[in-house]
Design a protein around this ligand. Sequence first.
Ligand code: KG4
Length: 335
Amino acid sequence: MKILAIESSCDETSVAVVEGRQVLSNIVATQIAEHRIYGGVVPEIASRIHTEAISQVCDEAVKTAGITYTDIDAVAVTFAPGLIGALLVGVNFAKGLSMSLGVPLIPVHHLRSHIAANYIAHPQLKPPFLCLLVSGGNTVIAEVCDYTSFKILGTTRDDAAGECFDKTARCMGLEYPGGVTLDKIATSSDFEKYPLPYPKLSDGRYDLSFSGLKTAVINTVHNAKQKGEEIDIPVMCATIRQRVCDMLIDKTFKAAEDLGYTQITMAGGVSANSELRRRMDEECKKRGYSLYYPPLKYCGDNAAMVGAQAIYEFENGNMADSSLNATATLPIDYR
Ligand code: KG4
């Protein structure tokens, strides 16, 4: 079954053609350059660029897959969560396409598709497993009970891990997207030079919190500026990265131990973080657990992962008609 999948939830316009876990094409048009001057994604600009790009990206995906539109058996689209205007571009395009081709329309939850990026890279991977889902807008520890059945164990109480990276990087004047830049220039070093808090929550056993760390960094940077002092940016970046990794790793393994999971996955943009990968690898090896994460090209937003999840949504009877709407917030375990 050939599925044409569409992703437009944030600042990447992407269309892919997939067949099961096989990716026939995956075209991604990123808007990073357009948003860089603002230091973050401007929703109105994102929607406009999606509108301008989507037809061309779609044609290219079909051509690269070596098929024609008549070979497509279903159209899948990210419908939630994300920037509402950006999502609507993909949703409306998908509705028109499925109607004109006379094929089913499959709505896909963005976070489910981030998890499905692992299915592309690891053909042997099957639920149940535990997932640490870390992106720009969401941080969730979830049980993936089955391909379309999820149980949220913990979420961030405030900022997402990616947001913490992006905002702290921005206050140090680092280039957008801050998480990527911060990871590149961080040098391992004296982690106590800057006394940043180790974010810990004693209640809500698997919940996370990053806003205290973010505020501490912003205050440290502003105080240094007021005193005319220089911040040692590579050391500060390494310290932020270490604190975020500590929190994510601590809660993930607590959940794994308590619930008896030995199969762990990571997903989302922040799963590209080099230190998080290194430490998760190390910790899993020590414990004899299996660890899966997507290759870098499937960590960020892309339509191949939407297609990879869509087949399971289809098999579960999750289909939409022309009344499909976009939704800005929706938990991964929605029914
Ligand atoms: O999953 P994603 O592409 O978009 C959302 O669905 O939110 O995640 C984007 C986030 C941004 O916050 C970006 O800074 C972060 O992922 N990110 C990283 C790295 N690469 C991307 N954060 C830390 N280290 C990285 N290497």
